[in-house]
Ligand binder design. Structure first.
Ligand code: AMP
Length: 150
C-alpha cells in the first residue's frame, strides 16, 4: 500500500508512542522540517528525541479522545501509531481514519493475523516480526550465495 509522501511543510504528522521507532521517526520528520507532534503516556520517553528535535511533545494516553483532541488530530494529515500495544494502535488508527478522516494512517502491529481487515479500513500496517523474518531470510540467502561463490 503506497500512502504517499509525508514531508511537505503544510503537512501535520502525529506520531503516537515515543519508543525507539516513534522517536526515530519524529526526529527524521523534524529534521525534514516537518510539522510533527509526538504523544506518549510516559514523559520520560521524550528523552529519546534528539536534542535538535524541533517538533512538539504531548504527554497522555492516546486512547483518550481528549488527548487526541489536545493533539489537534482533526488537523493531522498523517497519523502513525507505534506504541507497544496493538489494541491502542488499532484504536488510534481507526479513530484517525473513521472519525477524523486523516489522509494517511499507519499502525505498527505485533500480531499479523488480521492484516487484510486493516487493509479494508485503509490503514497501512507494519509488522516488525514479518519484516525481521524477511530481512533475516535475505541475509541468509546472501550468506548462502557468498558461500557458493567461494
Ligand atoms: P517501544 O516499546 O520502545 O516501541 O515504546 C512504545 C512506547 O509507547 C512507550 O514509550 C510507551 O510509553 C508508549 N505507549 C504505550 N501505550 C501508550 C498509550 N496508550 N498512549 C501513549 N503512549 C503509549
Amino acid at each position: 500500500m503506497n500512502i504517499g509522501p509525508v514531508s511537505k511543510p503544510e503537512e501535520y504528522t502525529i506520531v503516537v508512542g515515543c519508543g525507539r521507532l516513534g522517536a526515530n521517526l519524529a526526529n527524521t520528520l523534524s529534521d525534514l522540517d516537518g510539522n510533527v507532534l509526538i504523544i506518549d503516556k510516559d514523559p520520560e520517553s521524550f528523552r529519546k528525541l534528539s536534542p535538535s528535535y524541533g517538533g512538539m511533545t504531548l504527554t497522555g494516553d492516546a486512547a483518550n479522545l481528549q488527548v487526541l483532541g489536545d493533539a489537534n488530530i482533526e488537523k493531522a494529515t498523517t497519523v502513525v501509531s507505534v506504541t507497544n500495544n496493538d489494541n491502542i494502535n488499532i484504536l488510534v488508527a481507526q479513530l484517525a481514519k473513521e472519525l477524523f478522516h486523516t489522509d494517511r494512517v499507519v499502525a505498527r502491529l505485533y500480531d499479523p493475523e488480521r492484516e487484510c481487515v486493516y487493509r479494508e479500513f485503509g490503514i497501512a500496517t507494519i509488522f516488525p516480526a514479518v519484516l525481521s523474518a524477511k530481512e533475516i531470510e535475505k541475509l541468509l540467502n546472501i550468506t548462502a550465495g557468498e558461500e557458493e561463490e567461494e
